[in-house]
Ligand binder design. Structure first.
Ligand SMILES: [Fe+2]
Ligand SMILES: [Fe+2]
Length: 201
């Protein structure tokens, strides 16, 4: 998994985030590959998946001044809707950092990173995986039904996405925070997809 990525990028990431967060990123990488291996019918590029999974939180510990410099010097394309929400801005900033610092500019990776906290209807399987693995990695042992959701996600992506979306929204509400409109939109999108699938049966 990790050997699919350049050593220099891994070292740069490791030195820019805390040990705890790096462990979380490794956990997301592990859970991501478990999902990708389970979805045999999807042809998922493991190198791109490794980039998106390991680097999804790469901008989470940037200082305010570095964030401002990054936005001023770069061209923010992915995740613009999230840039003004403090808990979510690290996602579009992460996509921008991947482009400017790490030279990774594949749209699937950038979409996955930019929308990992909310989801987006244009995400590809790489984006779905990172969105789910972020909450299903081994470090999230406190999530009561983590194993159950992970098994469900391995069996059926849409079921897993719906379960993780409910989990994410319930955790936001438990903290007394507002659910971002992008997260609401993604939930609606998944409900529509579910209805379409049921109609086809
Ligand atoms: Fe994040
Ligand atoms: Fe994360």
């Amino acid at each position: 998994m990790i050997d699919l990525l350049p050593q220099s990028a891994i070292i740069a990431l490791q030195s820019s985030i805390s040990e705890k967060r790096f462990r979380h990123c490794l956990g997301v990488l592990e859970a991501s590959f478990r999902l990708a291996d389970a979805w045999e019918h999807y042809d998922i590029d493991r190198r791109l998946l490794a980039w998106a999974a390991l680097f999804h939180d790469c901008a989470k510990e940037l200082t305010k001044s570095k964030q401002i410099r990054l936005v001023n010097n770069g061209n923010l394309i992915y995740g613009r809707e999230l840039i003004h929400t403090s808990k979510l801005s690290h996602a579009p900033l992460g996509a921008l950092l991947l482009q400017t610092k790490y030279g990774m500019d594949h749209p699937e990776v950038l979409m996955a990173v930019a929308y990992h906290p909310t989801g987006h209807s244009d995400l590809t399987p790489i984006g779905w995986i990172v969105y789910m693995a972020d909450y299903l990695e081994p470090g999230r042992a406190y999530v009561e039904n983590r194993d159950e959701i992970l098994d469900a996600a391995c069996n059926d992506p849409l079921t897993g996405l719906r379960m993780v979306t409910d989990l994410r929204i319930s955790m936001v509400l438990k903290k007394g925070k507002d659910v971002h409109p992008m997260a609401e939109q993604f939930k609606t999108h998944l409900e529509q997809m579910t209805m379409l699938c049921e109609e086809r049966l």
